[in-house]
Structures are given as C-alpha cells and as structure tokens.
Design a protein around this ligand. Structure first.
Ligand code: GTP
Ligand code: SPV
Ligand code: MN
Length: 617
C-alpha cells in the first residue's frame, strides 16, 4: 500500500487504520494522534491482534468504531471493489446487493467442528477434531492469507450493551462484507470495546475468506478457550462469527457452566386487547419459520391484539430472582431468508426491507430492485449469479438468499428488546417441519416432558445448510448444527431447570407444515399462527381445558378460534388427532435416537420416553 493511500485511509477513517509493517508504521506515525496508538488498554486483545497480524500478514489493520460514517465508507469502498451493487436508490435507498461465490451460499455443517480436549465432550452431535491438530491446520490456512488485504478488528457485544446477560467478543476478519453485516447484526465498535476493557473477557473469533476454496473451508470452535477460527467462507453463520459460532456454539457451552441457556429461538411478545403482554420463545430449525412468527401480524378477528418482535433467531435465557425465565436477544439485526417473504405472508419484513438493507444472492428486476421467488409476479432480469435470468437455470434467487437489516427497522420491534433484564417468558415452543404425524399444537405435561419434546424434535432439512434438502432428521431443540457440546449433557442441563423454580415457562410443540394427500399445506400458517399462540396464552393463563393424550395435551377443536378462515372440520380434526400406531413407531424411534448418546443420555429423559411409550401401548 502506498504512503498516500495510507494517509488517505487514515484521514478518511478517523486515524484508525494502522499499517501492519513497522516501516510503513514509522512513515506515518506523525499522522496518528498519540492517544490512538494503543487502540485498546486490554493487553490480551492487543497481543492477540498483533499475533494474528504476524500470522496473516495484512497490509493494514483497522479497528472498527461502529459509526454510521464507517459503515457508509465501507459500503462505498465495496461498490468500487464490486463486492456491493447499489440497488434502486428511489425504491430502496441505502440498499445493496452482494453476490457470494456460488460455492459459498450456506452454512457447512460437515466442515464445522467442535474441538474439545475430550472427544466425548463434543458428542455424537458434532464433528470433532483434536484442538492441537485443528490449530495446526488452521495456522497453515491463515499463514499469510491477508497479504494485500486489510485486517478489520470488530469489537462487539451480543445483547443490550448494558445488560448483565450480554457477552462480548472480538471478530478479526479480512472481509469488509462481514464488517458491514456485523454493523447491522450486533452492537459493535467503541461501546463494545469499552465494555471488553471493563470486563476483561471476550470471545476471540478469527475469520478469513481465504480464497474461498471449499477444500480449505473450516469452521472451528474451541469452547474451552472461548475461541473460534473460520476460514474459506464469507457466508452467514460461517463468517458472521457473533451469530451461530459465538451466540450459539460457544455460548451454549459457556451457558452450561454458568447456569443459563443459549438457544436457537425467536422471542415475541403477544399483547391482548387489555394490554397484557405474554412473552414466548420458540425454537424451529433453520428456515422453518422463526423470522415469520417473530413478525406475525394478527389476522382479521384479532383486532386489538399485537405481536411484538424481540428477536428472530437466538435467545439467551436465565432464571431470574423471581423464579421466572428471563430472555434477551443477543442480536441487533436480522439475517433472514428472502425467498417466500411477501406482502401477504410477512408484511413487516417487507416494510423494513425498502431502505438500509443488504441483500445477499437475490435476483434483480429490470429497474434494479431486489427480487426473490414468492415476492410478487414480476419477472427478474438478472439471477443471483449475475446472469440473465433463465428459469432453465433454476430459481432466480438462491434458495438460501438472505437480507440483513437492523432490528430497529422492524415495525413490530418491541420496546422491551433493549431492556437490560430481558423479558419474562410465559411459554417455550418447539416445532419442526413435519408433513405427517405431528399435530398442529400440543402442550407438555411437565418441564421434563417438554424437554423430551425438544430432544425428540425432527424436521425436514432446508437450504440453510449446504447438504440435501427435504429429508427428515432429528434436530433437538433446533440446535443440531449449533450445540457446542454433547447433546446428552445439554439435555441434562435442560432437565436441571425442572427444580429451579415453580414459575418456569410451559413447554409446547407446534407444526405448521402438515400436508394432505395432494401435498398441500393443511394449515394456512403465517398470520393465522396467531390462533395457535392465542391457545398457548390461554393455556398459560389456565383459561381453557385440554384433552389429555399419551403424547401431551391437545386443544379441543372448539377452543381454536377459526373465525374467518376456511379450515374444514375434518382437516382440523386431522391436525389435532393422535395416530396411536404411528406414534408408537415414532416414540420407539425417539428411544433409539436417545440411545445413540449411550451412558450419557440422562436417565430422566429416557424415563420420560419410556413413560410416553407405555401410555401408547
Ligand atoms: P433461519 O434464519 O434459517 O434460522 O430460519 P427461520 O426459522 O427464521 O425461517 P423463516 O421464518 O425465514 O422461514 C423460512 C421459510 O418457511 C420461508 O420460505 C417461509 O415462507 C416458510 N414459512 C414460515 N412460516 C410458515 C408457515 O406458517 N407456514 C408455511 N407453510 N410456511 C412457512
Ligand atoms: C440458520 O441457518 O439457522 C441461520 C442462517 O439463521 S446462518 O446465520 O447462516 O446460520
Ligand atoms: Mn437460524
């Protein structure tokens, strides 16, 4: 990098670009205000950044401050570099399109590892590698990988900046795309750095896009050291390390040692016409409806009701002094699935996507607006790869194409989303994408029975992971790709809460995805899911009865408010019936699944499974 260029960058970004080599450093030292020489007082952080710079050899180092100006400058630079395409400034001001490498369009579970010193601690649910071996491998990948690039240091805080439930991290990356996404998704920059300096603790996340060679792609986690190393992908959860890597894999591990829970859950507040708000957290697997439920708009007939969005993907929760479960959303933005997002299904999402948003791998219309399947009946001109759209080549938008947007842009953004104490949960819901068998809604008979609901969750796979789509797999608590330790120990941790308090949330299970013989969805879903939330809240308040069955408590057909929708009586019946024979097979299969975890499977969970199996006999 030339001297002029460096000075330009220093002036432009408020003296925060530091040349990585001593020679250049000397050349410009007079230009850097003295107090800026040590960007942080945290010696551990300073030493780590130096160490990483030594290994990766970037041309310069840039400490992010988190300002709007910084975001804009990076976006402008990305337009020049071609990483960003500005979208229609009239219809979508402040919106950009990013096209990722076609080999890099989703999380890569088969390349994601949990590296604990004892393999058993990672469990059968994770890929495992010996930490030393993993570090050696990654050191080779990272060696010299930032030559010709800028190393960005991103201090961030997961959760409201002044919440005791929040945790901080620092991501080092060579991707400006990652930096701008982290701007929208997390509380990052100066305030986070100050908190790190006060607390002295942070999760270390090192990321480089490398040369995007899938052969060298690895997402490594070292939970014992609160450390992440990710190489070779620039996409979503692989690269925005605050999200799945920190807030779920590392945090779940940390949560177990500290007595809380880090979960793949949305958080909403359901407000009734009397102004009473019940908060609900719900775990559905990737691309199975969290964002949609988080922004639900109550249907006709629910005038005076309101659903408030606290979070759409991750929930950190802890039992408070009052015995209730309190939850925060560690994120500050959404990284949502674009396809299927439409006026009739999720108008709130559309309303927040017409300004200041990043679109990744969507198509564009002739007037340069973002477009994806399901949005409307316009025909795009350019597909996600930047080629003229031809339906012969598959969908115009990549099935896992996404939008990134700040949560505060959401019309249903909750005024409690920033509350340092979080929100108190009335209910926890588990759910999956199941064409058959699993009823629309059921309530567990106890906390432990609810934990069995979670542990037994299964769902058809989606495009959020690079593998095959549409096969049913067990995805306990929607955490199969995200639990940073052995599932058996994780279930024990969940079961451990049963005696923590008598004010724990009630646990439910839902399924919006039942299909009929013709392959059509039997339940209208989306805003009509309000009708199920209504029943859930009524159950929490003890206002309605339920039918006791071996698999849980099911609603009486007459207690589900179906005014204004056309669900034939026999369809409703099918949605809330218990097919005993099929459930016998399912519960046996659940038993076999739990046995895969051997001696570590908690006895109390097996006991629940055996109890339900006996009831079905
Ligand atoms: P991640 O961000 O990957 O964790 O996903 P998510 O759980 O937030 O998924 P999202 O809400 O984005 O939903 C993904 C897909 O499910 C979209 O194609 C939606 O259209 C579809 N979907 C969501 N809710 C419903 C529903 O109630 N019924 C039906 N049939 N489809 C739904
Ligand atoms: C998911 O796959 O569950 C997501 C998207 O929320 S990603 O951040 O890419 O993991
Ligand atoms: Mn998710």
């Amino acid at each position: 990098m030339s001297y002029e260029c460096l000075i330009y960058l220093i002036e432009k970004r408020g003296s925060r670009v530091y040349p990585a080599t001593l020679d250049v450093h000397r050349a410009v030292i007079g230009k850097i205000p003295r107090e800026e020489h040590s960007v942080t007082t945290n010696q551990q952080l300073k030493a780590w950044v130096d160490q990483v710079a030594e290994l990766t050899q970037p041309d310069d180092i840039y400490w992010c401050n988190g300002s709007k100006a910084e975001y804009q400058e990076l976006a402008d630079e990305m337009i020049v570099s071609g990483d960003f395409i500005a979208l229609n400034k009239e219809t979508h001001p402040g919106c950009y399109l990013h096209r990722s490498d076609p080999s890099d369009v989703a999380r890569v579970e088969h390349l994601t590892f949990v590296c604990t010193s004892d393999k058993e601690d990672a469990g059968p649910n994770n890929n495992w590698m010996d930490p030393d071996e993993a570090r050696d491998r990654m050191r080779e990948n990272f060696s010299g990988c930032m030559r010709g690039r800028t190393l960005y240091v991103i201090p961030y805080c997961m959760g409201p900046i002044d919440s005791p439930l929040s945790r901080c991290g620092v991501e080092i990356t060579d991707s400006p795309y990652v930096v701008v996404n982290m701007h929208l998704m997390t509380r990052m920059g100066d305030a986070a750095l100050r908190r790190i300096e006060r607390e002295g603790a942070f999760v270390k996340g090192l990321h480089s896009i490398g040369d995007l060679d899938p052969e060298c792609r690895f997402i490594m986690h070292f939970p014992e050291d609160l450390e992440i190393q990710s190489f070779g992908s620039g996409y979503g959860g692989n690269a925005l390390l605050g999200k799945k890597c920190h807030a779920l894999r590392i945090a779940s591990y940390q949560a177990r040692t500290e007595g809380w829970l880090a979960e793949h859950m949305l958080i909403v507040g359901v407000e009734n016409p009397e102004g009473e708000v019940h908060y609900i957290a719900a775990a559905f697997p990737s691309a199975c409806g969290k964002t949609n439920l988080a922004m639900l708009i109550p249907p006709a007939g629910y005038e005076g009701w309101k659903v408030w969005t606290v979070g759409d993907d991750i929930c950190w929760m802890r039992v408070g002094d009052d015995g209730r479960m309190w939850a925060i959303n560690p994120e500050a933005g959404f990284f949502g699935v674009a396809p299927g997002t439409a006026k009739n299904t999720n108008p709130s999402a559309l309303a927040m996507l017409d300004h200041d948003a990043i679109f990744t791998n969507v198509a564009v219309t002739e007037d340069n607006q973002p477009w994806w399947e399901g949005l409307d009946d316009r025909v795009p001109v350019t597909d996600w790869k930047g080629k003229p759209f031809d339906p012969q080549n598959g969908p115009a938008a990549q099935p896992n194409s996404r939008f990134t947007v700040q949560m505060s842009q959401c019309p249903s953004y909750s005024d409690q989303a920033e509350a340092p104490a979080g929100v108190p949960l009335s209910a926890i819901i588990f759910g999956g994408r199941r064409e058959r068998l699993v009823p629309l809604v059921m309530e567990s008979q106890s906390w432990n029975h609810g934990v069995l609901y979670g542990a037994a969750m299964a769902s058809e796979t989606t495009a959020a992971n690079i593998d095959t789509v549409g096969v049913v797999r067990r995805d306990p608590m929607a955490m199969k790709p995200f639990c940073g330790y052995n599932f058996a120990d994780y279930w024990s941790h969940w079961l451990g809460f049963s005696t923590a308090s008598d004010k724990l949330p009630k646990i439910f299970h839902v399924n919006w995805f039942r299909k009929d013989q013709d392959g059509k969805f039997m339940w209208p879903g989306f805003s009509d899911n309000m009708r199920v939330l209504d029943w859930v809240v009524q159950r929490c308040k003890g206002e309605v009865d339920a039918i006791e069955t071996p698999i849980g408590r099911l609603p009486l057909a007459s207690d589900l408010n179906l005014d204004g929708i056309d669900v034939p009586a026999e369809t409703l019946e099918a949605l809330i019936e218990v097919d005993r024979e099929a459930w016998k097979a399912e519960i046996a299969d659940i038993g076999e699944y739990l046995d895969l975890y051997g001696d570590r499977t908690p006895a109390a969970l097996k006991a629940e499974q055996e109890r339900v199996a006996a009831l079905l006999m």
